[in-house]
Write a protein of this length. Sequence first.
Length: 215
Amino acid sequence: MDGIQVDMNRLKKGEVSLGTSIMAVTFKDGVILGADSRTTTGAYIANRVTDKLTKVHDKIWCCRSGSAADTQAVADIVQYHLELYTSQYGEPTTKVAASIFKTLCYENKDHLTAGIIVAGYDEKNKGEVYSIPLGGSVHKQSYSIAGSGSAFIYGYCDKNYKEDMTKEETIEFVKHSLSQAIKWDGSSGGVIRMVVLTAEGVERLIVYPDEYENL
């Protein structure tokens, strides 16, 4: 997948921001992605129910933070390249998807405001999480948090994350973590969306404010 060239100069940047709380967590049977749903334009809330969890392949998804236009464009391009990869080589791994994200973000780092978390499940590697922060580096992690709200929950996540949690424990961990990020970060809010990726397939969950506000 060498030599991916895309002209990002025509994207309008900074107008709509996913000032955000996003995370992805590996667990015993797979991986769970989670995100708030607030999108801002300056000091104004442009959308209260944005979906920041984007599918790029059957069991590979990404969480998007930064410029809404930039991150959606990058995700669309990665989805296209993964379709080409599948037709030539078969099913891609999460690492392949993360490498394409990294290449795009690094080669266009002067024109993008995009922080991405890539998470997926495949039979060989099970659940995996890769973080691609601003600048286009790539980091494999057991769990990853990002966005403006992440600064408020580093300590909470470090204390409460455990290896090989059950699905139910991981859902509660994601819900509690994002509820605290939303509570303290003015740029995060709305509902909490989650995607569960396991051998059984893809499951989407949603947590409404009245379910997490008193956590």
